[in-house]
Design a protein around this ligand. Sequence first.
Ligand SMILES: Cc1cc2nc3c(=O)[nH]c(=O)nc-3n(C[C@H](O)[C@H](O)[C@H](O)COP(=O)(O)O)c2cc1C
Length: 168
Amino acid sequence: MDVFETVNTILAVRAFQSTPISSEQIKRILESGRLTGSGSNQQPWHFIVVDDPPELAKLAELAKSGPYIAQAPVAIVVVVDRTALAVSDGSRAIQSMILTAWSEGIGSNWVGYVGMKGVNELLNIPENLDVLAILPFGYPVKELGQGKKKRKALAEVASHGKYGMHLG
Ligand SMILES: Cc1cc2nc3c(=O)[nH]c(=O)nc-3n(C[C@H](O)[C@H](O)[C@H](O)COP(=O)(O)O)c2cc1C
């Protein structure tokens, strides 16, 4: 898939097949996070691969908005430090990883946000670092409506020349 097609067709995936994701695929997804550019090249992130089903179930329990993590064959927990740009940098790495996965047919979604303290304890993450998101990965249970997104119209979110000027 080219980049636009990946962005155009990706949707949040919240139901996964049990089919495992190969370690090569996980490595590629991690690599796309690692290779992402960050402010002043600080790379304020750490990625933890979780594939033990009981641990995935505990993550699902802790992340109230992502019970479906328990079904995923694997998840990546994205950890960032507390420097000024860390959330932006980490978010960018997350987007790289979920787009790379999707370009190979693997679905994912962003779950949670900074504040998931219980996850620090579960995964031995030092207290001075924050869990930014949990990303479950797996093949989607059903074919999603490719590119059928509920989004604001382009004219509502983009202008030409000055704010609010018609895009043309
Ligand atoms: C910062 C952020 C936090 C999110 N948190 C959650 C979450 O906790 N649980 C969840 O199921 N989806 C979460 N999402 C996914 C959004 O709900 C999803 O991207 C949005 O509804 C668009 O979905 P679509 O691309 O399938 O149209 C999050 C997305 C972002 C960018």
